[in-house]
Design a protein around this ligand. Structure first.
Ligand code: ZN
Length: 325
């Protein structure tokens, strides 16, 4: 018995865990089934290189791609009262929150950041679908208000990336209260004449579509994203009719006037820069002057050399040579 549990079982476990590592390097596209190498997938912003299926992106991944050289500052969000209803289903609500925090490494379902995008100062907020379905609770409401207040204070536009299954049922009526609260937040931006751009990602549903996600000056969606209040299954069961193909998907909604644009994620940043600068009455952004986040590691060692080259022409000053030694 000892020999089996102490020697054989660990040996078997190690054999299996060794096999797991290379498997983690590959992600299977849920749409076309192609195996995608994770580094390439990351470089492609989680878009399948075979079928262009857009997979989920975390708020931090979005910000890294959105802001110039991936540099941004997180805007603090006031903490709401935790578990005011003492809610419990199969699990206690605080336990569910803790599990989500452990799984995602994030504190809550929305992240707010400020920085520059194409040298245009902005405030951005992104919702995390992996955190309890990106559900809109009091924290998300606070985050949107914090983002709007920050944008008003700095006189910057706000860009919001939505992804949610709807309101957070563990907070009951208090989560529904976030619909009017966030509507007021959007109104604050409108009063100051600041652009509010919404990027709807897959899926954006429920109370989120009934409030801040549909109040933008411009609505952009990622391809084939599910955007709806009640889902197609619920509607089909209620009206007992077959729904048209692509119903409640980005392209369908664009055709029916619900959206302004459907943009491939890889072109999204450029598009956002153009639209934001247009709305702010700024000249077009200078292109190609900043390295993308992925190139920072390569660009960083090259920078001092470029400086040295520049000095060669002018000749180093004694202070500079002194500093170098
Ligand atoms: Zn695919």
């Amino acid at each position: 018995m000892n020999w089996i549990s102490n020697y054989v079982r660990p040996k078997i476990n190690s054999l299996f865990s060794r096999r797991e590592v290379p498997e983690n390097l590959w992600t299977k596209c849920p749409e076309c089934g192609t195996m995608l190498f994770h580094r390439e997938l990351k470089e492609n912003l989680n878009v399948c290189s075979n079928c262009d299926h857009h997979m989920a992106l975390t708020p931090r991944e979005r910000f890294a791609n959105l802001f110039d050289a991936g540099v941004y500052t997180i805007v603090p969000v006031p903490e709401p009262v935790s578990d005011p209803l003492q809610f419990r289903d199969q699990k206690r609500y605080p336990d569910r929150l803790k599990a989500a925090q452990k799984k995602t490494g994030e504190h809550e379902a929305m992240l707010v950041a400020e920085g520059e995008m194409g040298r245009t100062p902005i405030v951005a907020a992104a919702q995390d679908f992996t955190f309890m379905g990106g559900s809109m609770g009091m924290y998300v409401g606070n985050a949107i208000i914090a983002a709007a207040e920050r944008a008003v204070k700095l006189e910057r536009p706000l860009i919001l990336f939505s992804a949610a299954g709807g309101a957070r049922m563990q907070e009951g009526i208090l989560s529904l209260m976030q619909m009017p609260r966030t509507t007021v937040a959007v109104e604050m931006l409108r009063e100051k004449g600041l652009p509010y751009i919404v990027v709807l990602t897959d899926p954006t549903t429920g109370g989120v579509t009934a409030s801040y996600a549909m109040l933008g000056d411009i609505h952009i969606a990622e391809p084939n994203a599910l955007i709806c209040f009640a889902g197609p299954r619920v509607i089909e069961q209620t009206i007992r009719e077959k729904l048209p193909e692509g119903f409640q998907r980005s392209e369908y909604l664009l055709d029916h006037g619900m959206l302004d644009r459907v943009v491939d994620r890889r072109a999204l940043r450029e598009e956002l820069i153009t639209i934001t600068r247009l709305l702010l009455g700024l000249p077009p952004a200078v292109k190609g002057d900043l390295p993308p986040p992925a190139d920072i590691a390569i660009a960083a060692p090259a920078a001092p050399k470029a400086k040295a080259d520049a000095r060669d022409g002018a000749g180093p000053t004694p202070a500079e040579t002194g500093a170098q030694q």
